[in-house]
Design a protein around this ligand. Structure first.
Ligand code: SF4
Length: 115
């Protein structure tokens, strides 16, 4: 399967997972295309569409937490940012993804004073 076809297939499958979680693909189509392409390349290399923005640890139990869409594993963090770490997905009500920043969880917790 070529890259474009696989991107389309991943998009179709991922949509079914993220929709019930309250997320959608970012309105930034250029970013979405770029990230999906990186995932296809990772899938071709490793057999799994790992996250293009998070490093592999070579520890399977940890690496399985960054298989896209990894939202269920990082729900609290992503919900606080209203986006996933890469920005491929955003909350359904987001219209301008550029307003959302990539913020490490410990900084968000500190800012919102939560544990
Ligand atoms: S951070 Fe986003 S793009 Fe990366 S694996 Fe998680 S859901 Fe996918």
């Amino acid at each position: 399967m070529n890259i474009e076809s696989r991107k389309k297939a991943l998009r179709y499958m991922f949509q079914k997972v993220i929709e019930p979680l309250g997320y959608k693909f970012s309105p930034d189509e250029e970013l979405v295309n770029f990230l999906l392409e990186q995932e296809v390349l990772l899938e071709q290399k490793h057999g799994i569409p790992y996250c293009p923005c998070q490093g592999l640890t070579k520890k399977r139990s940890e690496d399985m937490k960054i298989v896209c869409p990894c939202i269920p594993f990082h729900r609290k963090h992503f919900d606080m940012m209203k986006r996933c770490w890469c920005g491929l997905y955003v909350h359904k009500d987001v219209t301008n993804p550029n307003e959302l920043k990539q913020i490490p969880l410990y900084k968000l917790k500190r800012a919102k004073n939560v544990s």
